[in-house]
Design a protein. Structure first.
Length: 50
């Protein structure tokens, strides 16, 4: 078995969905726009109201 074949076999398989450019998540660990909006709503709910 060639050295490069061994190396390919050991590589971690990345989620193609997470890296897909049409989803616009900004990489494998990026957050979706929905997740960002949800986080913003939660932060607003935590802040004291005047």
């Amino acid at each position: 078995m060639a050295r490069s074949v061994k190396r390919i076999a050991r590589q971690k398989v990345r989620s193609r969905v997470a890296q897909h450019p049409l989803l616009g998540k900004g990489g494998a660990h990026g957050k979706t726009r929905k997740a960002e909006r949800k986080r913003d709503r939660q932060q607003l709910a935590r802040e004291p109201r005047e």
